[in-house]
Design a binder for this molecule. Structure first.
Ligand code: G4P
Length: 533
């Protein structure tokens, strides 16, 4: 174990926020950054949604569609912790990108709108976290608006996900009567006078024992609100659920916080509580066993690749999650897939739209390596004994279309752009290896991804395209094809193809078709997921 690495690791908290669009992820992110002292950057986060000073061409698309396509990493310091917040796109069409980003996080914060409860996208992302062993904390937002009762929200989460929810604070009132929060750990009530979105601290703090209907006038809180808050707190306490780190890490418990990101109530308490509970960067599994994060040699994996992030720097950045050891600019490391040893002279910290050179990094950090075509999604980069971390999955796409370049003189740019987008994992490409016609079938998990691809081909590669949809709905990759087994029995309407990595696959229209190929080709294995890296 290296002491410096261990110390730095213990300071790091790397997490992602998962939510349904509009639950308040951007607002919460902005407020967390405010408390971290990054006030200007906080403004930039908001800007991303409303006016987006578009330094990237294709972020124009986000602006037009009012969606967040790209994920960014935001870093700030608070209470001697170095916090890395991985921003995941909220739109359901970008689930693959979100999925890969979650793989780079050590914990997730699930933001729930108190009025709406757990919504579809949140549910989907929660299940991904559960599947991958990522512990989840919950922030119930918009308590200043009329919504479900806190106990109803808890009940919904517990029933839906089969986990135990452990309240860390409790709202005093709700909607228009929302006045503050009870910190259940410290037994203190934090009350706020007026609503404002600036950085704020509670205007008044009283011990919970003094928070009584008799004192309500003095506290400037309606007696009814005091009584119902006390009743709720008594009820929770009598239920006797206590936070248990092991249960939390095992995904069996979720600590829950209530607050209002917009009015800044409960956010600072949440940040403090959250940093206490959030795990430090963990040791990660590999093909040669657990790799200690505190070891000497650097190791990490590529979870995102992005080109043309900023048109002023037309480069390709591979985002690497540092998982072990110390990264130092200019160091040499090996790419597990290719076995190539590379010097890493350009490492960037990409903070929203800003970029600065990073001289060193530790477990939990995200570095942007300017990618000279050496890195692919899922790649492990290491020093010392060879190994690779767990692979990243590529999912079965659900939308398929043939994309044509309408201007033949732009063919080269079209090809370059497309291979770039494939490398980013934005889109998958299939072709028929036995056909003489060069037809590329684009495939994605989400429909909107096609808009992104066409928009980017147009804006970054000046290439117009036309799209014609295909009726396939799923893919099965094929394992076991060899000289003996070369023929496939396929249902009507299915198509045998090869993907961008040269793997055999079949495109199908229905689940029934998928069952058919499995049944009729017993010597082969069909999978709906392929591992990258
Ligand atoms: P998202 O990133 O999860 O999509 O949500 P975002 O933060 O953009 O919030 C969605 C809307 O909800 C925004 O209003 C935001 O101001 C509002 N909001 C967020 N947190 C709270 C809260 O605690 N209380 C209340 N009352 N509202 C909240 P908008 O009008 O859609 O956008 P904007 O004009 O404010 O940018």
């Amino acid at each position: 174990m290296n002491r410096t690495v261990d110390q730095q690791r213990n300071r790091r908290r790397t997490f992602a926020i998962i939510s349904h669009p509009d639950a308040g992820k951007t607002t919460l992110t902005e407020k967390l950054l405010l408390f971290g002292g990054s006030i200007e950057i906080a403004g930039a986060v908001r800007g991303r949604k409303s006016q987006r000073a578009a330094t990237s061409d294709w972020m124009e698309l986000e602006k037009q569609r009012g969606i967040s396509v790209s994920s960014t990493v935001l870093t700030f310091e608070f209470d001697d912790c170095l916090v890395n917040l991985l921003d995941t796109p909220g739109h359901h069409d970008f689930s693959e990108d979100t999925y890969r980003t979650l793989m780079a996080a050590d914990a997730a914060v699930m933001v729930v709108d108190q009025a709406k409860g757990v919504e579809a996208q949140t549910e989907k992302l929660f299940r991904v976290c559960a599947m991958r062993g990522i512990p989840v904390m919950t922030f119930v937002n918009k308590v200043d608006r009329p919504g479900l009762a806190p106990l109803e929200v808890i009940d919904e989460i517990e029933t839906k996900f089969g986990i135990e929810v452990v309240p860390q604070n409790w709202p005093v009132g709700g909607g228009q009567d929302f006045r503050g929060i009870v910190d259940l750990q410290q037994d203190m009530v934090h009350l706020y006078d007026e609503i404002s979105s600036s950085r704020r601290v509670a205007s008044r703090q009283v011990p919970f024992s003094d928070f009584t209907p008799e004192n309500s006038e003095d506290l400037n809180v309606a007696a009814g609100v005091v009584t119902s808050t006390r009743d709720d707190v008594d009820l929770i306490r009598s239920a006797g659920t206590h936070f248990d780190q092991e249960q939390f890490m095992a995904g069996k418990q979720s600590p829950i916080f209530f607050g209002s990101a917009l009015t800044n109530i409960g956010v600072e308490r949440f940040l403090r509580g959250f940093l206490k509970l959030c795990p430090v960067p963990r040791d990660r599994t590999s093909n040669i066993g657990e790799i200690s994060a505190s070891r000497e040699g650097f190791a990490g994996f590529v979870f995102k690749i992005q080109a043309n992030l900023d048109p002023r720097h037309r480069d390709r950045v591979a985002f690497v999650r540092v998982c072990a050891g110390r990264f130092e600019r200019d160091m040499e490391a090996t790419v597990a897939r290719s076995g190539k040893k590379l010097r890493l002279p350009r490492a960037l910290r990409i903070f929203g739209q800003e970029r600065e050179t990073m001289d060193e990094a530790y477990p939990g950090d995200i570095i942007g390596l300017v990618n000279p075509g050496e890195f692919l999604l899922g790649d492990t980069i290491f020093q010392g004994e060879p190994f690779h971390y767990e692979a990243l999955p590529q999912f079965s796409p659900e939308f398929f279309a043939v994309l044509n370049c309408t201007d033949t003189s732009r063919r080269k740019q079209f090809d370059r752009g497309l291979s770039q987008l494939v490398e980013e994992g934005a889109i998958q490409i299939f072709h028929d290896p036995r056909s003489t016609v060069r037809e590329l079938i684009l495939a994605a998990v989400g429909e909107l991804q096609f808009d992104v691809v066409r928009f980017r081909l147009e804006s970054e590669y000046n290439t117009q395209t036309s799209l014609s949809w295909r009726s396939f709905k799923l893919t099965r990759w094929i394992e076991g094809l060899n000289d003996e087994v070369t023929t496939l029995k396929l249902p009507y309407g299915a198509k045998r193809v090869r993907d961008q990595f040269g793997h055999d696959a079949v495109l199908l229209q229905t689940e029934w078709d998928a069952n058919f190929v499995e049944r009729e080709n017993p010597k082969l294995r069909f999978t709906s997921m392929r591992m990258l890296g």
